[in-house]
Design a protein around this ligand. Structure first.
Ligand code: 13P
Length: 256
């Protein structure tokens, strides 16, 4: 089994001081995980305070929720990979469905963001997933293949090794209706097959493929106990230290 990765995507939640309180609370609840890597992705405005609260020896890593593909320049409101690195980020989420649907982000932009992240030493977490209409018209696999093709084009084997994929069906995000493992596992298999075909099977087999969409302490065991699912990208349930701690502890027991 690949080592689990649990990522908390805070979305547009928590001020800098709330972030510090959350981190202190979480660190008190969770002993250093042995079988899972854990990332929190606060808003840009809380990254600096979060980094200070984490200190140097924390088992928790810092991620960002987005980035711009240029390193600097006249891009009002944007944040670049070197800026995120400087704040201690190791990971960055790219292509989240909220960015695709609410901000009209396209695969070509996602591809440039992944390249920029890799160039500056950040590990991208690429989100892919189909809408309900696409699932109902049996287009899940073709939609995801198109997203992967457009977003990962031109990556070397070494680049791919630093990438994580998160399968997040749009219909499962924030709805309380998580996908079933019967729905998730075939998609994960087809993602891995896509990676094997485009790169080497050795590299493809090391890439972590997460599930995201209404993951909770109640259903987390199903996903984290599945060999085809390498971890979770958690939204709502990561905002509460108690429920996020429970999801981390599920990863610990299921992957031990
Ligand atoms: P929820 O866990 O709130 O469904 O959000 C999932 C998500 O979008 C994580 O990136």
């Amino acid at each position: 089994m690949r080592r689990a990765l649990i990522v908390g995507n805070w979305k547009m939640n928590k001020t800098a001081s709330e972030a510090v309180a959350f981190i202190r609370d979480l660190q008190e609840r969770v002993p250093t995980p042995l079988h899972a890597d854990v990332v929190i992705a606060p808003p840009f405005t809380a990254l600096e305070s979060a980094r200070k609260a984490l200190g140097t020896s924390s088992w928790l890593s810092l991620g960002a929720q987005d980035l711009h593909w240029e390193a600097q320049g006249a891009f009002t409101g944007e944040v670049s990979a070197p800026m995120l690195r400087d704040l201690g980020c190791r990971y960055v989420i790219v292509g989240h469905s909220e960015r695709r649907t609410l901000f009209d982000e396209r695969d070509e932009q996602v591809r440039k963001k992944i390249k920029a992240a890799l160039t500056h030493g950040l590990s991208p977490i690429l989100c892919v997933g189909e809408s309900l209409a696409e699932r109902e018209s049996c287009r899940t696999e073709s939609v995801i293949t198109a997203q992967l093709t457009g977003s990962l084009a031109g990556l070397t084997t070494q680049d791919l090794a630093a990438v994580t994929i998160a399968y997040e069906p749009v219909w499962a995000i924030g709805t309380g209706q998580a996908a079933t493992t019967d729905q998730v596992v075939p998609v994960h298999r087809s993602i891995r097959l896509f990676l094997e075909t485009g790169w080497t099977s050795q590299t493809a087999s090391a890439v972590r493929i997460l599930y995201g969409g209404s993951v909770t302490p109640q259903n987390g065991k199903l996903f984290l106990g599945s060999e085809a699912i390498d971890g979770a990208l958690v939204g709502g349930a990561c905002l509460n230290p108690d429920s996020f701690a429970t999801i981390i502890s599920l990863a610990e027991t299921e992957r031990a």
